[in-house]
Design a protein around this ligand. Structure first.
Ligand code: ADP
Ligand code: MG
Length: 705
């Protein structure tokens, strides 16, 4: 048995959290800091020195030697540069440990190598990181030792956001301001702040590290680029929620402990649908912290895997033919005094504030469906969205039976007089308790589902940051709230005005509601009739960032300037081309140096055997060897043709000027040829002697972890 863990003691052990701050900071400083963290007040720069000293002492007592500004550039992962605490040696050759307020508040990484999409010419490489005190500093323990990590925002010399955190914080301020206006209209004078709450469910795959090292595609591209299906896939659904094997269990235990130390409230874990696929969900937190924590979750999943001889694959589609991985982004709006604006209560038809909020969100999502879909676009996600596995590339909202009934009543008669109630679930067994049943069942195929008191945005890719989806959700909600508040604040008769507004918004944006099967072709056709956008690939989705409607909204709420949006467009196109280019080159390498040689070897073995058998016994039936030889040779020649075509297409596309044009060319001219090369290779894998095959098979990878 492994040692017993005291979770309460472990939790937050490595976090410079409120308890530590209260203990170590002078009262007045603590109060000021808390005001910024909790109420969003302007940070008082004069407290920085006191805070940095307390932080340093705390960190050094726990063995820290270095500190780092931890930030989230537009690569989608985190970046850091470590500095040790040591001062310049004294004449006696001694050092002291230093960490000033200035070093806490501002950093200046040499930023020229991070993507900036033209916002910053390389000769003006200055970029600054700025302390985000609303996300707590933490200690990371690993082979490097103990490092004090300070969450920071990353901006250019001219103040443009070069990261994922700055716009998120801006969008949180926008939705706070506008949501408060809505609350005030309903007589709420006590809430001081509205914050988006976010809980991200993270899916991932685990494979054996030794086998991983034998697959160049996993090493370079994070996903398999070749691979025939094993005899068994996920059809029995015996992995989903199945009991967790010892090796995986030991891994999960350590992941949880590491996360708890970092103050990440890891809560749920289970096996997912595909073999070797798992999920981890933390308890929701305010959006900014949740985004940072999701980065820590991804980092920890990878790091701990290494300690268990495993490799964690966060790619959206590591294996063709079995489910891919995503991230469900659960989102709601909560006041500082605990009111969830998305809580419908028992009788939603009477909850006017909720109905107004709901109608605003329907409007927001309908109007900016393209932008929301774009926020979930990443290269790997192109294999999932719209590919008949969770969820389609079309944005729609599932609101459930109970709310749809209320919307129906409001749209048809203008009045809603009743709400369908939950009930009791009869199990039919005397010794089992009767259960309370929700008023609404679930819908697993919807990309944006109302699940009781939150929306669950299910399109996000497993490897992606959850920042962008939350930036979009916060800002589109802020815009809809603002438009409502602008009208309602001036209304002579509030009750009538709000009633009319709800009806009007619901009627105008009802087309976005869809409660049926999102995976069906019928829905694709129906969505087209309704005029809903169906952006099938990342390349098609990117332009949504800079439509007139997006630019106007983001500028109005000061979340992005037009220049910042344009830079993100460039960065995303570039990221797409680079990723496909790497995949293409990995395929060329594997096909040319591993797969074709293996098949050639097998073919010559067949030829040898054919010759020998014929010589030894001219009457023997050698049709099997002959047919195999013909088949292998045919696939080999298909591979050779496709390999040459892929090399040509890749070289041609790489040379194209213009990020957009290049990305389009990669999608249209390289991706199809990659499929053409894979097809004969996968067929060969089914024929060639396993002994000759140069890499572990799908079966080896996903069934023998
Ligand atoms: P579901 O069964 O609907 O997937 P869970 O209870 O498993 O819901 O929660 C999924 C995620 O949603 C968790 O991270 C959870 O903390 C988060 N969550 C729950 N309530 C809220 C809320 N009000 N706002 C945001 N996230 C929430
Ligand atoms: Mg869920």
């Amino acid at each position: 048995m492994s040692e017993v863990v005291n979770v309460a003691e472990l939790f937050g052990k490595n976090v410079f959290n409120e308890t530590v701050m209260r203990e170590r900071l002078p009262k007045s400083v603590f109060k000021k800091l808390k005001k910024t963290i909790e109420d969003g007040a302007v940070l008082d720069a004069s407290i920085a020195d006191v805070v940095s000293h307390a932080m340093k002492d705390w960190a050094i007592e726990r063995g820290a030697t270095h500190y780092t500004h931890w930030f989230q550039p537009l690569t989608g992962i985190t970046a850091e540069k470590h500095d040790s605490f040591i001062s310049a040696p004294t004449p006696e050759g001694k050092v002291i440990m230093e960490f000033s307020g200035k070093e806490l508040v501002k950093g200046e990484p040499d930023a020229s190598s991070f993507p900036s999409g033209g916002l910053r010419a390389t000769f003006e490489a200055r970029g600054y990181t700025a302390w985000d005190c609303t996300s707590p500093a933490f200690l990371r323990e690993d082979a490097i030792g103990v490092t004090l990590c300070i969450p920071t925002a990353f901006c250019s010399y001219t103040g443009e956001a070069l990261d994922k955190k700055t716009p998120l914080l801006r969008s949180m301020e926008a939705v706070d301001e506008q949501a408060l206006r809505i609350l005030r209209l309903f007589g709420n004078t006590s809430s001081k702040r509205v914050t988006p709450s976010v809980g991200a469910e993270q899916e991932y795959f685990l494979v054996d590290h030794e086998k991983y090292l034998q697959r160049k595609d996993l090493i370079y591209a994070g996903r398999t680029l070749f691979g025939a299906m094993p005899p068994k896939g996920q059809e029995l659904e015996d992995h989903y929620f199945g009991s967790i094997r010892e090796r995986i269990a030991a891994y999960m235990k350590e992941v949880n402990e590491e996360l708890w130390k970092l103050g990440v409230p890891a809560k749920t874990q289970h096996n997912e649908v595909a073999p070797a696929q798992h999920e981890l969900a933390p308890i929701y937190e305010q959006a900014n912290v949740a985004v940072d924590h999701n980065q820590l979750v991804m980092e920890t999943l990878k790091k701990v895997a290494g300690r268990h001889g495993l490799n964690c694959l966060l790619h959206e589609k590591p294996f063709a033919g079995v489910n891919g991985s995503g991230k469900h982004n659960n989102w709601s709006l909560t006041t500082d005094d605990g009111i969830n604006l998305l809580n419908p209560g028992e009788t939603p038809h009477e909850n006017i504030q909720f109905l107004l909020v709901l109608s605003c969100i329907l409007k927001a999502v309908d109007r900016h469906a393209d932008l929301l879909r774009e926020s979930a676009a990443d290269v790997g996600n192109d294999h999932r969205l719209g590919a008949n596995e969770a969820p389609p590339a079309i944005i729609s909202i599932f609101i459930g039976e109970q709310l749809e009934d209320v919307v129906d009543q409001l749209c048809s008669t203008g009045e809603a007089t009743r709400s369908k109630a939950g009930g009791t679930l009869k199990t039919g067994v005397r010794t089992l308790p009767d259960l309370f049943k929700d008023a609404t069942d679930r819908n697993r195929t919807s990309p944006f589902a109302f699940t009781g008191n939150k929306f669950e945005f299910r399109m996000v890719g497993s490897s992606d940051s959850i920042s962008s989806p939350n930036v979009v959700l916060n800002t589109i909600a802020a815009e809809a709230f603002k438009e409502s508040a602008d009208v309602l604040e001036k209304a002579a008769d509030f009750d009538t005005a709000v009633h009319d507004m709800i009806k009007e918004q619901l009627a105008a944006h009802r087309r976005i509601i869809f409660n049926g099967n999102g995976y069906s072709q019928a829905w694709v056709d129906e969505a087209e009739r309704r005029g809903l956008p169906n952006l099938k690939s990342m390349v098609e989705a990117i332009p949504a960032l800079t439509t007139d409607a997006s630019v106007k909204m983001f500028e109005e709420f000061k979340v992005f300037t037009k220049a910042e949006l344009e830079s993100r467009v460039e960065i995303e196109y570039e990221a797409y081309s680079k990723a496909i280019n790497i995949e293409a080159r990995a395929m060329i390498d594997m096909a040319g140096k591993q797969i074709i040689p293996a098949a050639v070897k097998y073919a010559s073995l067949l030829a040898d055997s054919l010759g020998k058998v014929k010589a030894a016994c001219p009457a023997a039936d050698t049709s099997v060897q002959e047919e195999l030889l013909i088949e292998v040779s045919a696939y080999l020649s298909d591979m050779k043709v496709a390999l040459a075509a892929l090399s040509d297409a890749d070289a041609k596309c790489t040379a194209i000027e213009g990020n957009k044009e290049r990305a389009k060319a990669f999608r249209d001219e390289v991706v199809p040829v990659m499929a053409a090369l894979r097809d004969p290779a996968d067929k060969l894998e089914m024929i060639v002697d396993k002994e000759f095959w140069p890499m572990p098979s799908y079966g080896d990878l996903i069934f023998e972890v």
